[in-house]
Design a protein around this ligand. Structure first.
Ligand code: SF4
Length: 387
């Protein structure tokens, strides 16, 4: 029997929209956006809420969610009312459980099928089952349409389309060998999610992730039953996503705008909402997809507003935690420092994919081959984690 890698002795404290986190610059609210899908009206509601109740900007997270910072005391209830009216809070008890990432541009170009209906069906199934409100805020589901962009993000439960009729179930980032059809994929993902909670209860702990359980993937797969197939290697997730104009299969254009350091100003949000004809998608690479456009004419306007549509821009290589003044633990204003390094062309590591952090906790660090740029009392430490 293998020991759990990280035994948990307490429930996770992931912030939500109603359960906010007290940060140095005020309360922080995290709004779950399953699949990153936002209607134009919802983007406007978020932007207006940030302007009226928070610091005016929206933060995009590595899970395709949206954060509001600098919220004043007692503003949670007004924020909750605004979100609920916009359909962004379909079930208050499930608010932190709705962590779902989906392939970017699915159904528009690339991939072997369209996973967008899976997102809606999984989220409905989740919110319809009160027992699933007990999921930890760190629990993650990913739905990959076969292009391999999100299957490698190490989700607790993941669906990976192998071809138009076959879907693999992954648990804690590895293939279980269990297979299903596209129509049965969401029921299987929901069953695996319930099996996680059952196994957690059987083991008597407060595990946050499948990988925290003793033999979690094996036990959950055994509980689900069914024949096993030869397993496939899981594609490695890319460290950055697409940017700029992308041609869709139907002849239309998607514009993918990267948001430097994930901070979307109110003006930028309004601009994106103004050019969008249909739902937008927030991606795990802190960008926003505006799909189904007649062409890429709006790219210039977005770039002029500070969004990045050039796939070769150094901004695609840089992420940062909140840093000072938002986080009391930070030893530096890492976002200002990173911005200066980009604008002067002096990014460390020759401009390699890098994450700037105000302390060794390195919040928001992407998985994989990322250079750490960590503030210390003696200046920035650049390189792999200290042993
Ligand atoms: S990495 Fe450190 S400084 Fe940055 S947000 Fe996390 S705790 Fe704060």
């Amino acid at each position: 029997m293998t020991a759990p890698l990280t035994p948990r002795t307490r429930a996770d404290a992931c912030p939500g929209a109603l359960q906010t986190h007290a940060a140095a610059d005020g309360a922080l609210a995290r709004v779950r956006i399953p699949g990153g899908t936002l209607t134009v009206a919802q983007l406007r509601v978020l932007s207006e809420a940030a302007r009226v109740l928070g610091d005016g900007a929206l933060g995009l997270t590595s899970r395709g969610n949206v954060q509001l910072r600098g919220l004043g005391p007692g503003s949670e209830s007004e924020l909750g009312d605004r979100l609920a009216a916009a359909g962004l809070l379909p079930s208050a008890p499930h608010e932190t459980a709705r962590n779902v990432l989906a392939s970017v541009l699915s159904g528009r170009t690339g991939g072997v099928l369209d996973v967008r209906p899976w997102v809606a069906a999984f989220d409905s199934g989740l919110c319809a089952d009160l027992s699933l409100a007990a999921l930890p805020g760190r629990f993650l589901a990913t739905f990959d349409d076969g292009r391999g962009d999100v299957a490698g993000l190490g989700a607790d439960v993941a669906l990976l389309a192998l071809d138009a009729g076959t879907v693999a179930l992954l648990l804690a980032g590895s293939d279980t060998g269990l297979r299903t059809t596209p129509d049965s994929a969401v029921p299987l993902a929901l069953a695996a999610t319930r099996a996680f909670l059952d196994e957690r209860s059987a083991q008597g702990g407060t595990a946050w992730r499948v990988a925290d359980l003793v033999e979690g993937p094996a036990r959950i797969a055994a509980a689900l039953g069914g024949p096993r197939h030869e397993t496939v290697p899981v594609p490695t997730a890319p460290l950055s996503g697409p940017a700029g104009a992308v041609a869709q299969d139907d002849g239309r254009t998607a514009l993918v705008a990267v948001v430097p350091l994930g901070r979307l100003s109110g003006e930028q949000a309004d601009l994106l909402a103004g050019i969008a004809d249909t739902d937008l998608q927030v991606t795990p690479w802190r960008s926003v997809v505006v799909p189904d456009l007649a062409g890429g004419a709006a790219a210039g306007e977005l770039s002029a507003a500070g969004l990045v549509l050039d796939p070769s821009s150094p901004w695609l290589q840089v992420t940062a935690c909140a840093g000072r003044p938002g986080c009391a633990k930070s030893l530096s204003d890492v976002r200002a420092d990173a911005t200066r390094a980009v604008s002067t062309g002096l990014l460390p590591g020759g401009g390699a994919r890098q994450h700037w952090a105000g302390c060794e906790r390195r919040c928001g660090r992407p998985a994989g081959g990322v250079l750490d740029v960590v503030a210390t009392p003696a200046g920035y430490r650049i390189g792999p984690p200290a042993s």
